[in-house]
Design a protein around this ligand. Structure first.
Ligand code: GMT
Length: 412
Protein backbone atom coordinates (compact mmCIF):
# COMPACT_ATOMS: atom_id res chain seq x y z
CA UNK A 1 0.00 0.00 0.00
CA UNK A 2 1.22 3.45 -0.72
CA UNK A 3 2.88 4.65 2.44
CA UNK A 4 2.10 8.36 1.93
CA UNK A 5 -0.03 9.48 4.86
CA UNK A 6 -3.11 11.61 4.17
CA UNK A 7 -3.71 14.15 6.90
CA UNK A 8 -6.61 12.95 8.99
CA UNK A 9 -8.73 16.00 8.23
CA UNK A 10 -8.69 15.10 4.53
CA UNK A 11 -9.41 11.44 4.80
CA UNK A 12 -12.86 10.23 5.68
CA UNK A 13 -13.30 6.53 5.98
CA UNK A 14 -16.49 5.41 4.30
CA UNK A 15 -18.09 2.04 3.78
CA UNK A 16 -18.42 1.08 0.15
CA UNK A 17 -21.36 -1.13 -0.85
CA UNK A 18 -19.06 -4.13 -0.83
CA UNK A 19 -18.05 -3.29 2.70
CA UNK A 20 -14.45 -2.30 1.93
CA UNK A 21 -13.23 0.65 3.87
CA UNK A 22 -11.92 3.19 1.49
CA UNK A 23 -10.94 6.83 1.57
CA UNK A 24 -13.11 9.55 0.17
CA UNK A 25 -11.00 12.49 -0.79
CA UNK A 26 -12.52 15.96 -0.87
CA UNK A 27 -12.11 17.62 -4.26
CA UNK A 28 -9.60 20.11 -2.87
CA UNK A 29 -6.99 17.51 -2.20
CA UNK A 30 -7.50 15.33 -5.29
CA UNK A 31 -4.19 16.54 -6.67
CA UNK A 32 -2.44 15.78 -3.39
CA UNK A 33 -3.31 12.17 -3.74
CA UNK A 34 -3.55 11.87 -7.50
CA UNK A 35 -2.40 8.58 -8.92
CA UNK A 36 -2.27 7.00 -5.49
CA UNK A 37 -4.15 3.76 -5.26
CA UNK A 38 -4.90 4.12 -1.61
CA UNK A 39 -7.03 1.06 -1.34
CA UNK A 40 -4.73 -1.39 -3.06
CA UNK A 41 -2.21 -3.43 -1.14
CA UNK A 42 0.70 -5.65 -2.06
CA UNK A 43 0.06 -8.85 -0.18
CA UNK A 44 2.27 -11.92 0.03
CA UNK A 45 0.43 -15.19 0.71
CA UNK A 46 2.33 -18.23 1.89
CA UNK A 47 0.53 -21.58 1.75
CA UNK A 48 0.69 -25.24 0.84
CA UNK A 49 0.02 -25.55 -2.87
CA UNK A 50 -1.58 -28.98 -2.66
CA UNK A 51 -5.20 -30.15 -2.46
CA UNK A 52 -5.51 -29.55 1.33
CA UNK A 53 -8.17 -27.15 2.54
CA UNK A 54 -5.70 -24.54 3.79
CA UNK A 55 -4.07 -24.23 0.37
CA UNK A 56 -7.45 -24.05 -1.35
CA UNK A 57 -8.66 -21.35 1.02
CA UNK A 58 -5.45 -19.32 0.70
CA UNK A 59 -5.55 -19.52 -3.08
CA UNK A 60 -9.22 -18.55 -3.30
CA UNK A 61 -8.55 -15.66 -0.93
CA UNK A 62 -5.64 -14.45 -3.09
CA UNK A 63 -7.72 -14.67 -6.25
CA UNK A 64 -10.62 -12.79 -4.66
CA UNK A 65 -8.29 -10.05 -3.39
CA UNK A 66 -6.66 -9.79 -6.82
CA UNK A 67 -10.11 -9.37 -8.38
CA UNK A 68 -10.57 -6.41 -6.09
CA UNK A 69 -7.38 -4.82 -7.38
CA UNK A 70 -4.77 -5.86 -4.81
CA UNK A 71 -1.45 -7.30 -5.95
CA UNK A 72 -1.03 -10.82 -4.69
CA UNK A 73 2.28 -12.63 -4.40
CA UNK A 74 1.95 -16.36 -3.77
CA UNK A 75 5.03 -17.89 -2.20
CA UNK A 76 5.01 -21.71 -2.33
CA UNK A 77 7.15 -24.60 -3.57
CA UNK A 78 4.74 -25.37 -6.39
CA UNK A 79 1.98 -23.59 -8.29
CA UNK A 80 -1.15 -23.83 -6.08
CA UNK A 81 -3.68 -26.27 -7.54
CA UNK A 82 -6.51 -23.78 -7.70
CA UNK A 83 -4.33 -21.13 -9.30
CA UNK A 84 -4.89 -21.57 -12.98
CA UNK A 85 -5.31 -19.06 -15.77
CA UNK A 86 -3.72 -15.68 -16.13
CA UNK A 87 -4.35 -12.84 -13.69
CA UNK A 88 -2.61 -9.53 -14.27
CA UNK A 89 -2.06 -8.86 -10.58
CA UNK A 90 -1.26 -12.34 -9.27
CA UNK A 91 2.38 -13.34 -9.07
CA UNK A 92 3.74 -16.72 -8.18
CA UNK A 93 7.16 -17.01 -6.54
CA UNK A 94 8.53 -20.51 -6.31
CA UNK A 95 10.56 -21.51 -3.27
CA UNK A 96 13.52 -23.43 -4.57
CA UNK A 97 15.32 -25.73 -2.17
CA UNK A 98 18.68 -26.65 -3.68
CA UNK A 99 19.87 -30.13 -2.83
CA UNK A 100 23.32 -30.77 -1.48
CA UNK A 101 24.90 -34.13 -0.60
CA UNK A 102 25.14 -33.07 3.05
CA UNK A 103 21.39 -32.54 3.33
CA UNK A 104 19.35 -35.57 4.26
CA UNK A 105 16.61 -33.02 4.92
CA UNK A 106 16.80 -29.99 2.60
CA UNK A 107 16.20 -26.85 4.73
CA UNK A 108 12.84 -25.73 3.30
CA UNK A 109 12.14 -23.27 6.08
CA UNK A 110 15.40 -21.39 5.41
CA UNK A 111 14.69 -21.27 1.68
CA UNK A 112 11.13 -20.08 2.39
CA UNK A 113 12.25 -17.30 4.75
CA UNK A 114 14.87 -16.14 2.22
CA UNK A 115 12.27 -16.13 -0.57
CA UNK A 116 9.92 -14.08 1.62
CA UNK A 117 12.68 -11.49 2.18
CA UNK A 118 13.40 -11.36 -1.53
CA UNK A 119 9.73 -11.02 -2.52
CA UNK A 120 9.08 -8.31 0.09
CA UNK A 121 12.13 -6.32 -0.96
CA UNK A 122 11.48 -6.49 -4.67
CA UNK A 123 7.73 -5.98 -4.67
CA UNK A 124 7.11 -3.42 -1.97
CA UNK A 125 5.06 -5.99 -0.06
CA UNK A 126 2.88 -4.53 2.69
CA UNK A 127 2.21 -7.67 4.68
CA UNK A 128 2.85 -11.39 4.86
CA UNK A 129 -0.19 -13.61 5.33
CA UNK A 130 0.83 -17.18 6.10
CA UNK A 131 -1.64 -20.07 6.07
CA UNK A 132 -1.01 -23.14 8.23
CA UNK A 133 1.37 -22.51 11.10
CA UNK A 134 3.99 -25.15 10.30
CA UNK A 135 6.53 -24.14 9.13
CA UNK A 136 5.13 -20.95 7.62
CA UNK A 137 4.74 -18.92 10.82
CA UNK A 138 8.29 -19.66 11.94
CA UNK A 139 9.73 -18.83 8.51
CA UNK A 140 7.72 -15.58 8.50
CA UNK A 141 9.13 -14.67 11.91
CA UNK A 142 12.65 -15.18 10.56
CA UNK A 143 11.89 -13.11 7.44
CA UNK A 144 10.41 -10.35 9.57
CA UNK A 145 13.55 -10.16 11.72
CA UNK A 146 15.81 -10.01 8.66
CA UNK A 147 13.68 -7.23 7.16
CA UNK A 148 13.67 -5.34 10.45
CA UNK A 149 17.48 -5.22 10.30
CA UNK A 150 17.05 -3.59 6.91
CA UNK A 151 14.66 -1.07 8.51
CA UNK A 152 11.57 -2.58 6.88
CA UNK A 153 8.57 -3.31 9.02
CA UNK A 154 6.37 -6.00 7.52
CA UNK A 155 3.48 -7.30 9.62
CA UNK A 156 2.82 -11.03 9.71
CA UNK A 157 -0.67 -12.54 9.88
CA UNK A 158 -0.87 -16.25 10.65
CA UNK A 159 -4.05 -18.14 9.88
CA UNK A 160 -4.47 -21.42 11.71
CA UNK A 161 -6.31 -24.07 9.73
CA UNK A 162 -6.64 -27.20 11.80
CA UNK A 163 -4.13 -30.00 11.88
CA UNK A 164 -1.34 -27.43 12.32
CA UNK A 165 -2.84 -27.11 15.82
CA UNK A 166 -4.85 -30.22 16.60
CA UNK A 167 -2.55 -32.91 15.22
CA UNK A 168 0.91 -31.92 14.03
CA UNK A 169 1.49 -28.66 15.87
CA UNK A 170 0.83 -29.91 19.35
CA UNK A 171 3.30 -32.76 18.95
CA UNK A 172 6.23 -31.89 21.18
CA UNK A 173 8.59 -32.09 18.21
CA UNK A 174 7.04 -28.90 16.87
CA UNK A 175 5.15 -27.35 19.75
CA UNK A 176 7.81 -24.91 21.10
CA UNK A 177 8.40 -23.37 17.67
CA UNK A 178 4.69 -23.24 16.85
CA UNK A 179 3.90 -21.61 20.20
CA UNK A 180 6.65 -19.04 19.78
CA UNK A 181 5.80 -18.16 16.19
CA UNK A 182 2.08 -17.85 16.93
CA UNK A 183 2.87 -15.49 19.79
CA UNK A 184 5.18 -13.46 17.56
CA UNK A 185 2.71 -13.07 14.69
CA UNK A 186 1.22 -9.60 14.54
CA UNK A 187 -2.23 -11.10 14.15
CA UNK A 188 -3.41 -14.65 14.64
CA UNK A 189 -6.62 -15.85 13.05
CA UNK A 190 -8.45 -19.17 13.17
CA UNK A 191 -11.00 -20.50 10.69
CA UNK A 192 -13.60 -21.42 13.33
CA UNK A 193 -14.53 -20.76 16.95
CA UNK A 194 -13.71 -24.36 17.69
CA UNK A 195 -10.17 -24.03 16.36
CA UNK A 196 -9.68 -20.91 18.44
CA UNK A 197 -10.70 -22.86 21.56
CA UNK A 198 -8.53 -25.84 20.60
CA UNK A 199 -5.54 -23.55 20.17
CA UNK A 200 -5.94 -22.08 23.64
CA UNK A 201 -6.46 -25.57 25.04
CA UNK A 202 -3.34 -27.02 23.43
CA UNK A 203 -0.88 -24.14 23.59
CA UNK A 204 0.02 -21.78 26.32
CA UNK A 205 -0.30 -18.53 24.41
CA UNK A 206 -1.73 -15.20 25.45
CA UNK A 207 -2.16 -13.77 21.97
CA UNK A 208 -5.70 -12.86 20.94
CA UNK A 209 -7.02 -15.16 18.20
CA UNK A 210 -9.50 -13.62 15.81
CA UNK A 211 -11.98 -15.89 14.07
CA UNK A 212 -12.55 -15.39 10.36
CA UNK A 213 -14.59 -18.29 9.06
CA UNK A 214 -13.73 -19.99 5.81
CA UNK A 215 -15.70 -19.00 2.76
CA UNK A 216 -17.00 -20.30 -0.55
CA UNK A 217 -17.71 -18.61 -3.84
CA UNK A 218 -21.37 -19.62 -4.01
CA UNK A 219 -21.82 -18.29 -7.53
CA UNK A 220 -19.10 -20.63 -8.76
CA UNK A 221 -20.44 -23.79 -7.12
CA UNK A 222 -24.11 -23.16 -7.65
CA UNK A 223 -24.23 -24.59 -11.17
CA UNK A 224 -26.81 -26.65 -12.99
CA UNK A 225 -25.89 -30.36 -13.00
CA UNK A 226 -24.71 -31.65 -16.36
CA UNK A 227 -27.36 -34.22 -17.30
CA UNK A 228 -25.07 -36.33 -19.46
CA UNK A 229 -22.56 -36.64 -16.61
CA UNK A 230 -25.30 -37.47 -14.12
CA UNK A 231 -26.66 -40.17 -16.46
CA UNK A 232 -23.23 -41.67 -16.78
CA UNK A 233 -22.84 -41.99 -13.02
CA UNK A 234 -26.40 -43.06 -12.22
CA UNK A 235 -27.97 -44.50 -15.37
CA UNK A 236 -31.10 -45.64 -13.53
CA UNK A 237 -31.58 -42.51 -11.43
CA UNK A 238 -29.73 -43.91 -8.40
CA UNK A 239 -29.01 -41.31 -5.72
CA UNK A 240 -25.47 -39.95 -5.93
CA UNK A 241 -23.45 -39.69 -2.72
CA UNK A 242 -20.10 -37.87 -2.71
CA UNK A 243 -17.14 -37.71 -0.36
CA UNK A 244 -14.03 -35.58 -0.98
CA UNK A 245 -10.92 -35.49 1.15
CA UNK A 246 -7.21 -36.10 1.27
CA UNK A 247 -7.77 -39.67 2.50
CA UNK A 248 -5.92 -39.24 5.76
CA UNK A 249 -6.78 -41.26 8.88
CA UNK A 250 -8.49 -38.25 10.46
CA UNK A 251 -11.13 -38.38 7.69
CA UNK A 252 -12.27 -41.94 8.57
CA UNK A 253 -13.08 -42.69 4.93
CA UNK A 254 -13.86 -46.30 5.93
CA UNK A 255 -16.89 -44.85 7.76
CA UNK A 256 -17.96 -43.23 4.49
CA UNK A 257 -17.98 -46.64 2.81
CA UNK A 258 -19.73 -48.30 5.77
CA UNK A 259 -22.42 -45.59 5.85
CA UNK A 260 -22.88 -45.90 2.10
CA UNK A 261 -23.32 -49.68 2.29
CA UNK A 262 -26.05 -49.26 4.92
CA UNK A 263 -27.85 -46.67 2.79
CA UNK A 264 -27.54 -48.90 -0.24
CA UNK A 265 -29.36 -51.70 1.56
CA UNK A 266 -32.45 -49.46 1.48
CA UNK A 267 -32.24 -47.40 -1.70
CA UNK A 268 -30.28 -47.65 -4.96
CA UNK A 269 -27.32 -45.30 -4.86
CA UNK A 270 -23.79 -44.67 -6.08
CA UNK A 271 -20.75 -43.41 -4.19
CA UNK A 272 -18.16 -41.07 -5.71
CA UNK A 273 -14.93 -40.85 -3.73
CA UNK A 274 -12.86 -37.82 -4.67
CA UNK A 275 -9.27 -37.17 -3.65
CA UNK A 276 -6.24 -39.20 -2.83
CA UNK A 277 -3.99 -39.86 0.13
CA UNK A 278 -2.39 -42.44 2.39
CA UNK A 279 -5.60 -44.33 3.22
CA UNK A 280 -6.78 -44.75 -0.35
CA UNK A 281 -5.29 -48.24 -1.03
CA UNK A 282 -6.94 -49.55 2.15
CA UNK A 283 -10.30 -48.03 1.21
CA UNK A 284 -10.04 -49.38 -2.33
CA UNK A 285 -9.46 -52.89 -1.08
CA UNK A 286 -12.30 -52.50 1.43
CA UNK A 287 -14.63 -51.44 -1.37
CA UNK A 288 -13.38 -54.24 -3.64
CA UNK A 289 -14.14 -56.84 -0.98
CA UNK A 290 -17.80 -55.91 -0.74
CA UNK A 291 -20.37 -56.91 -3.30
CA UNK A 292 -21.23 -53.27 -4.04
CA UNK A 293 -17.85 -52.45 -5.57
CA UNK A 294 -19.55 -51.58 -8.86
CA UNK A 295 -21.43 -48.77 -7.10
CA UNK A 296 -18.27 -47.15 -5.73
CA UNK A 297 -16.13 -44.97 -8.00
CA UNK A 298 -12.74 -43.54 -7.09
CA UNK A 299 -12.25 -40.32 -9.05
CA UNK A 300 -8.87 -39.37 -7.58
CA UNK A 301 -7.79 -35.73 -7.26
CA UNK A 302 -10.15 -33.36 -9.04
CA UNK A 303 -9.68 -29.66 -9.62
CA UNK A 304 -13.14 -28.85 -10.95
CA UNK A 305 -15.22 -29.69 -7.89
CA UNK A 306 -17.84 -27.21 -9.08
CA UNK A 307 -18.60 -29.49 -12.06
CA UNK A 308 -18.93 -32.66 -9.98
CA UNK A 309 -20.77 -31.52 -6.84
CA UNK A 310 -23.96 -30.31 -8.57
CA UNK A 311 -24.85 -33.87 -9.65
CA UNK A 312 -24.72 -35.10 -6.03
CA UNK A 313 -27.71 -35.71 -3.74
CA UNK A 314 -25.71 -36.01 -0.54
CA UNK A 315 -22.21 -35.27 0.80
CA UNK A 316 -20.67 -37.48 3.49
CA UNK A 317 -17.99 -36.18 5.87
CA UNK A 318 -17.24 -38.69 8.61
CA UNK A 319 -14.09 -37.07 10.05
CA UNK A 320 -12.78 -37.59 13.53
CA UNK A 321 -11.98 -33.88 13.55
CA UNK A 322 -12.54 -30.94 11.20
CA UNK A 323 -11.64 -27.45 12.26
CA UNK A 324 -14.18 -26.22 9.73
CA UNK A 325 -14.91 -28.64 6.86
CA UNK A 326 -14.45 -26.54 3.74
CA UNK A 327 -15.30 -29.51 1.51
CA UNK A 328 -18.76 -29.70 3.14
CA UNK A 329 -19.32 -25.98 2.64
CA UNK A 330 -18.46 -26.27 -1.05
CA UNK A 331 -20.99 -29.12 -1.30
CA UNK A 332 -23.68 -26.95 0.35
CA UNK A 333 -22.96 -24.17 -2.14
CA UNK A 334 -23.73 -26.73 -4.87
CA UNK A 335 -27.06 -27.40 -3.09
CA UNK A 336 -25.95 -30.69 -1.61
CA UNK A 337 -27.09 -31.59 1.94
CA UNK A 338 -24.38 -32.84 4.29
CA UNK A 339 -24.28 -35.86 6.58
CA UNK A 340 -21.33 -35.33 8.89
CA UNK A 341 -19.96 -36.00 12.31
CA UNK A 342 -20.40 -33.38 15.00
CA UNK A 343 -16.64 -33.05 15.52
CA UNK A 344 -14.67 -29.81 15.84
CA UNK A 345 -16.06 -26.88 13.91
CA UNK A 346 -18.59 -28.86 11.86
CA UNK A 347 -21.54 -27.67 14.02
CA UNK A 348 -20.59 -24.14 12.98
CA UNK A 349 -21.57 -24.91 9.37
CA UNK A 350 -23.88 -27.92 9.35
CA UNK A 351 -27.27 -27.45 11.00
CA UNK A 352 -28.99 -30.57 12.24
CA UNK A 353 -32.31 -31.23 10.53
CA UNK A 354 -31.96 -28.17 8.27
CA UNK A 355 -29.22 -28.57 5.67
CA UNK A 356 -28.05 -31.98 6.86
CA UNK A 357 -27.53 -34.02 9.99
CA UNK A 358 -24.68 -34.65 12.40
CA UNK A 359 -23.82 -37.81 14.34
CA UNK A 360 -21.16 -38.86 16.81
CA UNK A 361 -17.83 -39.92 15.32
CA UNK A 362 -18.02 -43.56 14.19
CA UNK A 363 -21.80 -43.88 14.47
CA UNK A 364 -22.34 -45.10 10.90
CA UNK A 365 -25.81 -46.48 11.73
CA UNK A 366 -27.01 -43.03 12.77
CA UNK A 367 -25.39 -41.43 9.74
CA UNK A 368 -27.09 -43.87 7.37
CA UNK A 369 -30.47 -43.40 9.13
CA UNK A 370 -30.13 -39.63 8.73
CA UNK A 371 -29.09 -39.99 5.10
CA UNK A 372 -32.19 -42.08 4.42
CA UNK A 373 -34.42 -39.47 6.06
CA UNK A 374 -33.22 -37.03 3.41
CA UNK A 375 -32.89 -39.32 0.41
CA UNK A 376 -36.03 -41.41 0.61
CA UNK A 377 -38.45 -38.54 0.19
CA UNK A 378 -38.16 -36.21 -2.83
CA UNK A 379 -39.89 -33.33 -1.07
CA UNK A 380 -37.52 -33.54 1.91
CA UNK A 381 -34.51 -33.79 -0.39
CA UNK A 382 -35.62 -30.69 -2.28
CA UNK A 383 -36.06 -28.76 0.96
CA UNK A 384 -32.67 -29.83 2.34
CA UNK A 385 -31.01 -28.87 -0.94
CA UNK A 386 -32.53 -25.39 -0.78
CA UNK A 387 -31.52 -25.06 2.88
CA UNK A 388 -27.95 -26.16 2.08
CA UNK A 389 -27.64 -23.33 -0.42
CA UNK A 390 -29.12 -20.82 2.03
CA UNK A 391 -26.64 -21.95 4.69
CA UNK A 392 -23.67 -21.72 2.28
CA UNK A 393 -24.65 -18.15 1.42
CA UNK A 394 -23.87 -17.13 5.00
CA UNK A 395 -20.24 -18.02 4.25
CA UNK A 396 -20.18 -16.47 0.81
CA UNK A 397 -16.89 -15.03 -0.39
CA UNK A 398 -18.48 -11.57 -0.53
CA UNK A 399 -19.20 -11.62 3.18
CA UNK A 400 -15.87 -13.02 4.38
CA UNK A 401 -13.14 -11.56 2.15
CA UNK A 402 -13.88 -7.98 3.31
CA UNK A 403 -13.11 -9.17 6.85
CA UNK A 404 -9.57 -10.03 5.72
CA UNK A 405 -9.28 -6.71 3.92
CA UNK A 406 -10.29 -4.83 7.06
CA UNK A 407 -7.76 -6.81 9.03
CA UNK A 408 -4.97 -6.04 6.53
CA UNK A 409 -5.72 -2.34 6.61
CA UNK A 410 -5.69 -2.40 10.37
CA UNK A 411 -2.28 -4.08 10.64
CA UNK A 412 -0.67 -1.99 7.93
O1 GMT B 1 -7.53 -31.91 6.50
C1 GMT B 1 -7.62 -31.30 5.45
O2 GMT B 1 -8.57 -31.36 4.69
C2 GMT B 1 -6.49 -30.42 5.07
C3 GMT B 1 -6.32 -29.33 6.05
C4 GMT B 1 -5.34 -28.32 5.58
O3 GMT B 1 -4.92 -27.58 6.43
O4 GMT B 1 -4.94 -28.21 4.44
O5 GMT B 1 -7.63 -28.80 6.28
C5 GMT B 1 -7.86 -28.05 7.42
O6 GMT B 1 -8.08 -26.73 6.94
C6 GMT B 1 -9.28 -26.56 6.16
C7 GMT B 1 -9.32 -25.13 5.64
O7 GMT B 1 -9.31 -24.22 6.68
C8 GMT B 1 -10.49 -26.92 7.01
O8 GMT B 1 -11.68 -26.74 6.26
C9 GMT B 1 -10.37 -28.38 7.46
O9 GMT B 1 -11.45 -28.67 8.31
C10 GMT B 1 -9.05 -28.60 8.20
N1 GMT B 1 -8.87 -30.02 8.44
C11 GMT B 1 -8.88 -30.53 9.68
O10 GMT B 1 -9.06 -29.86 10.67
C12 GMT B 1 -8.70 -31.99 9.76
Amino acid sequence: MNKLKIPAKFAVAIQQPNNISCYRRPQAIQSYTSNLKLCFMNIAIVCYPTFGGSGVLATELGKALADKGHNIHFITYQQPVRLSGFHTNIFYHEVRVPTYPLFDYPPYETALASTMVDVVNNNDVDLLHVHYAIPHAAAAYMAKQILAKQHKKVPVITTLHGTDITLVGRDKTYSPVVTFSMEESDVLTAVSDNLREETYKNFSISKEIEVIHNFVDVARFNKKPVDAFKKLVSPHGEKIIVHASNFRKVKRVDDVVKTFLLIQEQIPCKLLLIGDGPERPEIESMARDCKSFEAVKFLGKQEQMEDILPIADLFLLTSEYESFGLAALEAMAAEVPVISTNAGGLPEININGYCGYMSDVGDVEDMSRNALKILSDEKTLKQFKANALAQAKKFDIQNIVPQYEQLYKRVI
